[in-house]
Design a protein around this ligand. Structure first.
Ligand SMILES: Cc1cc2nc3c(=O)[nH]c(=O)nc-3n(C[C@H](O)[C@H](O)[C@H](O)COP(=O)(O)O)c2cc1C
Length: 171
C-alpha cells in the first residue's frame, strides 16, 4: 500500500477474527516502530509483545476502553526508557514513543491488520496498574498498548480535512 493511501485510510479497528498474527508480521510492526524519528535519535522505546491470553484478559480490567483486547490476537505495549533520555524530565520519550506507535498503526494497516491505540499515558492509575501487570522496571514508562488482530470490521476513511485549521505564514 502506498504511504499516503495508508495514512488517509487507517482507522481504529476494534473487532478481530481468531486468526493469529505471525512472528514475521509482528517483527515488521516492531521494525516500523523502531524506524520512527526521535529527539537526539535517542530511540528510548521498548516494545512488549503480549500474546498471553491471561494478560490480554487482564488489561481490560484496568482500562475501561480496552475491552477489544479480549478478542485481539496480540498486543504491543509501547514504553519509554527514562534512562535513555539526555534531557531528563522534559518528556521527549512521550513524543518519540508516540511517533513509534503511529508508525505501528500505519504498518498494521498496510499489512491488512487491524489495530487500535489504547491510551495509558498520562493517566497515573492506568499506568501503575499496567506497570505491575507487565513487571516494568522503575525507569520504564508505558505510553500505550496497541491492540492487534485480523480485522473483523471494515471502516471507510475518515475525511478530517478542515481548511480553516490552516494558517499561512502567521495566524
Ligand atoms: C492518545 C490516544 C489514546 C487512545 N485511547 C483509546 C482507548 O483507550 N480506547 C480506544 O478504543 N481507542 C483509543 N484511541 C483511539 C481513538 O479513539 C481514535 O483514534 C479516534 O476516535 C479516531 O478514530 P480512528 O483512529 O478510527 O481514525 C486512542 C487514540 C489516541 C491517539
Amino acid at each position: 500500500m502506498e504511504v499516503i493511501e495508508a495514512i488517509l485510510t487507517r482507522r481504529s479497528i476494534r473487532r478481530y477474527t481468531e486468526e493469529p498474527i505471525g512472528e514475521e508480521e509482528m517483527e515488521q510492526l516492531i521494525k516500523a516502530g523502531m524506524a520512527a524519528p526521535s529527539a537526539h535519535n535517542e530511540q528510548p522505546w521498548h516494545f512488549i509483545v503480549i500474546r498471553d491470553r491471561a494478560l490480554l484478559e487482564e488489561i481490560p480490567k484496568i482500562h475501561p476502553y480496552a475491552q477489544m483486547l479480549r478478542e485481539a490476537a496480540a498486543a504491543l505495549a509501547v514504553c519509554g526508557d527514562l534512562e535513555r533520555e539526555k534531557n531528563k524530565g522534559l518528556g521527549y520519550w512521550i513524543l518519540d514513543c508516540s511517533a513509534a506507535a503511529e508508525n505501528i498503526l500505519l504498518a498494521a494497516h498496510a499489512l491488512g491488520l487491524g489495530a487500535c491505540w489504547l491510551g495509558f499515558h498520562p493517566r497515573p492509575e492506568r499506568k501503575d496498574a499496567l506497570r505491575k501487570l507487565l513487571k516494568l522496571p522503575a525507569n520504564v514508562e508505558p505510553l500505550c498498548v496497541i491492540a492487534l488482530g485480523h480485522p473483523a470490521e471494515g471502516k471507510g476513511p475518515a475525511d478530517r480535512f478542515k481548511a480553516d485549521r490552516i494558517h499561512y505564514n502567521v495566524w
